[in-house]
Design a protein around this ligand. Structure first.
Ligand code: ZN
Length: 130
């Protein structure tokens, strides 16, 4: 965890700080989401199928390849793929021969109330590079 010079309310780590799986909720003190960074070895497979009670999951494929098993259908994965999986969808993953690196963001389905311009607002402050 980086700690030098961060203002109150800001936490920071590196996606490369963990091992095969890094969960950021505790490290960053997240309050509305869980984000995990996952590196699956070549041809590795998650040994279980799961669903969620209330959280949707957003999967962001960073490197490698693999397959998603979603309610019995196979989806091939390549870098750049982004998927939203509803809580009730059954899911399982396996990596391709080059492994599979992905981020998974869990948030309560239906919890987003405002975003971007509805939630963010401008201030009069200026960064040093302005
Ligand atoms: Zn899950």
């Amino acid at each position: 965890m980086h700690d030098a010079g961060l203002p109150a309310g800001v936490t920071m780590t590196s996606l490369d700080a963990g091992g095969a799986r890094q969960e950021l909720k505790e490290v960053l003190g997240l309050t509305g989401a869980e984000i995990s960074s996952n590196q699956m070895a070549p041809d590795a497979a998650v040994p279980f199928v799961h669903r969620h009670r209330q959280n949707e999951e957003i999967y962001l494929v960073r490197r490698g390849s693999g397959q998603f098993w979603l309610d019995g259908r196979i989806i091939n994965l390549i870098p750049g793929d982004c998927l939203r999986v509803a809580p009730e969808t059954s899911r399982c993953l396996r990596a391709g021969p080059d492994g599979l690196d992905y981020l998974c963001i869990q948030v309560a389905a239906g919890s987003l109330q405002a975003w971007t311009r509805e939630d963010g607002y401008l201030t009069d402050e200026q960064p040093v590079w302005a």
